[in-house]
Design a protein around this ligand. Sequence first.
Ligand SMILES: [Zn+2]
Length: 97
Amino acid sequence: MTDTSNWRERAGRILLDPADPDGEPLTTPLDRRWLWRIEQVIAINGGNDTMRQLAFDLKQYLNETCEHHWRLYAREKDIPSHTQCLWCCTVEWLEQS
Ligand SMILES: [Zn+2]
């Protein structure tokens, strides 16, 4: 049986959303989004040591080479205002706590 469906039907927001959850334009290239998707799927579905090592190495590579997409977070109670990357989750604090 030939699968005639299209990858776009299963792609989800990580691949196809033109905007981030705040509605800001998301310009991360599709190839890069695919790498993040593959990393997430492997991390969740792990399997054997080879796959776990691949997930670890891919995550390290993606973090090292991330072109950050910053999301702004206003101060909330004890958490100072900050920006956080949608992809690698790096945080930059905008004020002292
Ligand atoms: Zn990043």
